[in-house]
Design a protein around this ligand. Structure first.
Ligand SMILES: [Zn+2]
Length: 308
């Protein structure tokens, strides 16, 4: 062997050793245990499709082990529905349906209070209007009988979050592309994301109401009522972080999947949705975010939607 080829040989051994060590450390790092809780939704949504998309997106991040837990169907006996929350780091809620038994509500509240994570996706914030602890966890919610008595609206005005007591209950304009504006750039979920990005074809949830305690607004969006029916013209919270006891909650209002939508529907395949969902789930579980911002993250001019 000539000196140069010996050097090359040594370099190759070094590189493969680094690769080996890297793969060992990646394999040894325990995956974040996620319970994806689904099984019921209103007639405006489609849990059978959304739950499959959400599971795929979490698994694509490479740091989660996801179990799907499916509730009994709407109207069925719920008394035996007792998911083992304590086995998991975080629960991702893709559920809007029948009330859970008292013992299941208690177990869930204890799980979050003791430091468990929760991610609530789109219409999951319609669920359980009469469960006070759940409303504290999600901060604000909509529909299913939530009137003004459900609590305050949350707005972003003059550089800060304000609560709004004025009348008005949940609504949204028809699906359209809209700008999402980062409001808490130093929050772990938001670090490195652009100040504004164009989200693809979604319902812009507006006038949600709730206790709004221990709530940080991460991002907002606004719909001009002159252009969009049901637009409020207000900076409506789209992404939020909430504390409940020792628990962390990531609340994304984004991600509409309708009854006739399929797995390719744009709202949940928008790279902005995927990235904030993955990072929000990591944060809710661990309190930190290691997942990077991908190079195909949308800018302000054009949406960026991945094909499933
Ligand atoms: Zn929807």
């Amino acid at each position: 062997m000539r000196a140069s080829s010996i050097l090359l040989h040594r370099a190759a051994i070094c590189l493969s050793l680094v690769g080996f060590l890297f793969s060992v450390s990646a394999a040894e790092k325990p995956r974040i245990k996620v319970m994806l809780l689904t099984g019921q939704c209103s007639r405006y949504h489609n849990w059978k499709v959304s739950s499959v998309v959400l599971k795929r997106e979490l698994e694509a991040a490479g740091i989660f082990a996801v179990d799907t837990v499916t509730s009994p169907p709407q109207g069925a006996d719920m008394s035996g529905f007792k998911p083992d929350f304590a086995k998991y780091d975080v629960v991702v809620m893709d559920y809007d349906g029948d009330e859970w038994p008292e013992s299941t509500r208690k177990a869930f509240t204890t799980f979050i209070d003791d430091g468990g994570g929760l991610v609530t996706v789109h219409a999951a914030d319609n669920a359980f209007p009469h469960w006070p602890e759940f409303n504290q966890m999600i901060g604000i919610g909509g529909w299913e009988g939530r009137t003004e008595s459900a609590g305050v609206k949350v707005r972003w005005r003059d550089g800060g979050m304000v609560v709004d007591q004025t009348p008005g209950t949940a609504t949204h304009p028809p699906k359209h592309d809209f700008l999402v504006v980062t409001r808490s750039p130093n929050h772990p979920i938001m670090q490195g994301l652009p100040a504004e990005w164009l989200h693809a074809s979604d319902e812009l949830y507006s006038q949600l109401r709730g206790p709004a305690e221990n709530l940080t607004v991460l991002a907002t969006a606004s719909a001009d009522p002159a252009k969009h029916p049901n637009g409020t013209g207000m900076n409506e919270p789209m992404l939020m972080a909430i504390r409940f006891g020792k628990g962390r909650i990531f609340h994304t209002t984004l991600g509409h999947v309708g009854p006739r939508d399929n797995e390719a529907t744009a709202a949940v395949n928008c790279v902005g949705f995927i990235t904030t969902f993955q990072r929000g789930t990591e944060w809710a579980a661990k309190g930190e975010v290691t997942l990077p911002v991908p190079s195909d993250f949308p800018g302000t001019e054009k949406t960026s939607v991945r094909k499933p």
